[in-house]
Design a protein around this ligand. Structure first.
Ligand SMILES: *Cc1c(COP(=O)(O)O)cnc(C)c1O
Length: 380
């Protein structure tokens, strides 16, 4: 089945007992056994749970994986993945990264756990060099990245990593499986913060891992239970409910983001606009090849730096000032002051995150209203 059909149906068969068309929210932590160890496939909710199992089947179908695991948040998913690696493992991570992922990698390093080094993955030749130096267990990347919306050639990164014996893990939170399917491009694992577009309504936290290969899935499934950072039944239901309209929403987010990016670009007060759907994006050709849509995230820098950025924020009427992204409502945030403040200031600037950078999560409101809102906030 194609994407939109899977989004509505995969993993979400009507309830065999009652015919309910929606997956029931089983509010139970344990399941009755007819004799010790004899059950109907479920014994304790941390290990396996029917509402979670439905979500996991849906996620596996959307990303084209052999299996998926749901977690209580995106960082919960990343923590599980990191715990799978040996203590002396080396991680090569893309340089532009969600601040919380960076914070976790730094913490692990400080505790003598896996050591993360950062690479500019927009240039695969740099990765090839770093992979030759010493063995790596995992190459970890976002594409598009948060917050600079840079891309990595996933097929090329996966090919280089495989040659060097490293796993390729792609955080697909920004593109979603609607616009980009990393497993089909050769990646081994896809990570999601389902808090964002998959949930889609800013009402739930969740995370997921989706696997290309059975044995890693089985080992991670063991760890999912051993660690216990699993989502509750209602959270699973909310993500499943969001997934049903993912295609509709992503096409609306992308069309609105395109209009907003075009309105911002070339405005005398705007220094630069970062959006994979603009021909001015340095990797526009790669975006066209690798993604079936540009996504709904737009970053911009104003000429007046941080003071102008603060004034722009205060003038916006529809875009709400808040962390997070991917909900139906438009949000705006300052990476340096909010989502990425866990990266030290000097390191942030070196990576290109200026203090005046703003990140827009363009929602599904009326396109003309959104364009008018950014225009009036620029003129003010
Ligand atoms: C939000 C986010 C995360 C972390 O997910 P949580 O659900 O907040 O733990 C990871 N990666 C990206 C790209 C994100 O935007």
């Amino acid at each position: 089945m194609r994407f939109d059909t899977n989004a509505v149906h995969a993993g979400q068969d009507p309830d065999p007992q009652t015919g309910a068309v929606n997956v029931p929210v089983y509010l139970t932590s344990t399941f009755v056994q007819s004799a010790p160890g004899v059950n109907r496939g479920f014994d304790y909710a941390r290990t396996n749970h029917p509402t979670r199992a439905a979500l996991e089947r849906s996620l596996a179908a959307l990303e084209g994986g052999v299996g998926a695991l749901a977690f209580s948040s995106g960082l919960g998913a990343l923590t599980n993945l990191a715990l799978h690696l040996p203590r002396d493992a080396r991680i090569l991570a893309g340089e532009d990264l969600y601040g919380g992922s960076y914070r976790l990698f730094e913490h692990l390093r400080d505790r003598g756990g896996p050591r993360t080094e950062y690479v500019d993955l927009s240039r695969p030749e740099t990765l090839a060099e770093r992979l030759r130096e010493r063995p790596s267990a995992m190459v970890y990347l976002e594409s598009p990245t948060n917050p600079l919306l840079g891309l990595a050639d996933i097929a090329e990164v996966a090919r280089l990593s495989r040659e060097a014996g490293a796993l390729t893990v792609v955080d697909n939170t920004f593109a979603t499986p609607c616009f980009q399917q990393p497993l089909a491009l050769g990646a081994d694992v896809v990570l999601h913060s389902t808090t964002k577009y998959l949930g889609g309504h800013s009402d739930v936290l969740g995370g997921a891992l989706v696997f290309r290969e059975k044995s890693l899935y089985e080992r991670m499934r063991w760890l999912q239970n051993a660690v216990g950072a699993v989502p509750g039944p209602l959270d699973c239901y909310l993500v499943l409910r969001g997934i049903r309209t993912l295609g509709l929403r992503m096409r609306a987010h992308a069309a609105n983001a395109q209009a907003v990016a075009e309105a911002l670009e070339g405005h005398p007060r705007v220094a630069r606009v970062l959006f994979p759907g603009l021909p001015s994006h340095p990797q526009f050709a790669l975006a066209q090849r690798q993604m079936s849509g540009p996504g709904g995230m737009v970053s911009l820098e104003l000429k007046g730096g941080e003071p102008e950025a603060r004034a722009f924020l205060s003038r916006l009427r529809i875009f709400l000032l808040a962390e997070s992204l991917g909900g139906v409502e438009s949000l705006v945030e300052s990476p340096a002051l909010m989502t990425h403040q866990s990266i030290p200031a000097a390191e942030r600037r070196r990576r290109g995150i200026a203090d005046g950078l703003l990140r827009l999560s363009v929602g599904v409101e009326d396109r003309e209203d959104l364009v008018a809102d950014v225009r009036q906030a620029l003129e003010g």
